[in-house]
Design a protein around this ligand. Sequence first.
Ligand SMILES: NC(=O)c1ccc[n+]([C@@H]2O[C@H](COP(=O)([O-])OP(=O)(O)OC[C@H]3O[C@@H](n4cnc5c(N)ncnc54)[C@H](O)[C@@H]3O)[C@@H](O)[C@H]2O)c1
Length: 306
Amino acid sequence: MKSWPWISVSPAIAGERGVWLVCLVTSFNVFGFRPKQKVREMKRLEGCTALVTGAGRGIGAAIALRYAREGATVVVADLDENNATEVAEQVRSIGVEADSLGVDVREPAQSAAMIEHVAKRYGRLDVLVNNAGVIRVRSVLDTTPEDWDAVQSVNGRGLFFALQAGARQMLKQSPMADGRPCGKIINMASIAGRNGRKLMCAYSASKATAIMVTQAAAVEFAPKLTVNSICPGPVGTEMWKQIDREWAEHENRPIGSVWEERVGLIPLQRIETPEDVAAMAAFLASADADFITGQSYHVDGGLLML
Ligand SMILES: NC(=O)c1ccc[n+]([C@@H]2O[C@H](COP(=O)([O-])OP(=O)(O)OC[C@H]3O[C@@H](n4cnc5c(N)ncnc54)[C@H](O)[C@@H]3O)[C@@H](O)[C@H]2O)c1
């Protein structure tokens, strides 16, 4: 076969007719008629079982669906069991196995039972995404002990004990393949965990916890497991609707104005989508990221550059 960037010509037509064909295709290109490149759907997670918490909507749902398109079996866990069931149905319609679980990660016993369920049903857990999270927009002076605990119990304590249960299972497993880790953990942090945010003290502190848990666990579990985290910027989900509403109320501003202001600062000049975050989650779960651990990646259109 003789190959050109976007066509192949078999030896049978590579003579005079082949030359004409090449000229024809080349002239199409000159005038901008280059055939559209087909986006290749990657199947980097075939044979993997992945569990995503907080996957009933938003970023978690996008990760579950992306993992399914990459070929993984996906377990969708969420406090809202109905949403988890719906997302699991969408995952199945992509053509992979899926399961849904109603789980409250504030309860370490529930996280342990969730991991046990996955291990019993699928034999192993290859990828755990600790994505479940909550926020309260409060000034430092207005934050009550209840506000503080509500945020920390999910984003800090909840994430930690789900990671602990997941790691206990993964450390007992054989490698995902020769020379690969036995499992991968991905924690959902935030750029708010990189620097203290106005009206987000408890949230920023909880996301800094996620980043530090990522590093400490990565060191303890190397070389058997990789542990990384993702720090999204403002993503268009229900959580940001809540942030915008509570912030606007606090500062007596119009609804939508906080979101607009924040998005207006993004150097890449568009709204971040759950799929942007899911793309990073797919990379970190794949063999392409096997030599990466203890890292926290900003997926924020350049909003925070450290
Ligand atoms: N949206 C953003 O701008 C943004 C930015 C940075 C980081 N994040 C983080 O990404 C993650 C997902 O955020 P999102 O925007 O999709 O939020 P979201 O509110 O749309 O979804 C969060 C999901 O977590 C579930 N959940 C909440 N508490 C739970 C618990 N105790 N146990 C199990 N599930 C629980 C909810 O039911 C919901 O389905 C969170 O950790 C969030 O902090 C979001």
